[in-house]
Design a binder for this molecule. Sequence first.
Ligand SMILES: [Fe+2]
Length: 306
Amino acid sequence: MMRFPLYVLFGLWLQLPVSGSLVHAQSTSTPQERFSFAFLTDIHLQPERRAPIGFQMAIDKVNELNPDFVISGGDQVYDVMRGNQTRADSLFSLYVEMCKGFNMPIYHTVGNHDLFAIYPESPETEGHPDYKLGMFERYLGRPYYSFGHKGWHFIVLNSLDVTEEKRYKASVDQAQIEWLKEDLAKLDGTTPVVVVTHIPLVTARGIVTGNPAGNSVTNSAEIISLFEDHNLKLILQGHIHWKEHGQVNDRFQYLTGGSIAGNGWKGRRHDTKEGFVLLHVEGDDFRWEYIDHGWEADRLRFGVEE
Ligand SMILES: [Fe+2]
């Protein structure tokens, strides 16, 4: 009869419940890691108004905080809607060049000011290869996509289209909705999901300012309903240069991330300090803080930019 030393038997007995619980932990997709990422929105980069100095201050602050990655929420440049090719190329070139200063990857969202030549006053036509999304795609890549990071799933949406009157409109088109359904179908229902959109899906701004129909994506309800069987944790938003946070029932939170540019680099917009959001993820949960990167504008009071 084979004899085992007592410590071997005891060791086996001791390992059983431990390995059992490990197997259990691995069978669920609940992430166990902790990480941080930065959400910068509405950078409105331009050579004027000391904007490159202000953006460089934001880049330096992000590098100091050292998150895993950065997401830019749209309106990277100001602006290309009126379609001057030389000016538009110089803005995107400046932006891409400056982004090389980040010590970590950066993901981009398309904003209204990033849409090339869509306005009626543009000398370019719809046949131009850079028209609408073409220039964004050439410099920054796909206008909508998803990626995973340490057990979390990030979905970056394009919330913009163009009307027949040649103005931008806030909606998510049908082709993208079909893509979104397919993307979500591949996900485990417990995987935490973050959605990023330039135009807000949810905001109280319209209520606060007396324009209830404005400031959000027209088919928001349809988009949000697609997440019913998923673990939607957070919607990150830009466009309105408005700092806002909300919790919708026990379902999800939304966060509108202020802006880097404030009022077109001329001062605060809506009395919100120029800055960005730093998100700290731990397991299935997150917390956030608004970071002032120290920029102070020349406080000129002119028109507003969104
Ligand atoms: Fe903006």
